[in-house]
Design a protein around this ligand. Structure first.
Ligand code: FES
Length: 95
């Protein structure tokens, strides 16, 4: 479980994950915002379809890839949320 530790009040903005509205803190990364909202499954591996979510939170592991505004392969831990951002889980299915 992820719990916010700062006590400063920040502006809340609206984003969408898999079509559902989530209110998050402005300035948070996509990964931290989704984790705080209880989302831990960000993508599936190409080999076995295993569920993956953020691990390093610093742009190294690539386990946090999501689709943002229809752009695939976006590192959720390196991108800040913005109003009306539309995020989808990345399937990574082999074709
Ligand atoms: S969590 Fe590792 S690259 Fe984003």
């Amino acid at each position: 479980m992820i719990k916010r530790i700062d006590s400063q009040k920040s502006e809340m903005i609206r984003i969408y994950f898999e079509g559902k509205v989530i209110y998050v803190h402005k300035g948070d990364t996509v990964a931290s915002a989704l984790l705080e909202a209880g989302v831990t499954h960000f993508q599936n591996t190409t080999s076995r379809g295993s569920q993956r979510g953020p691990f390093c939170m610093m742009g190294v592991c690539f386990d946090c890839l999501v689709e943002i505004d229809e752009q695939p392969n976006q590192q959720a831990c390196m991108i800040n949320v913005y109003q009306e951002m539309k995020i989808k889980r990345q399937a990574n299915l082999l074709k």
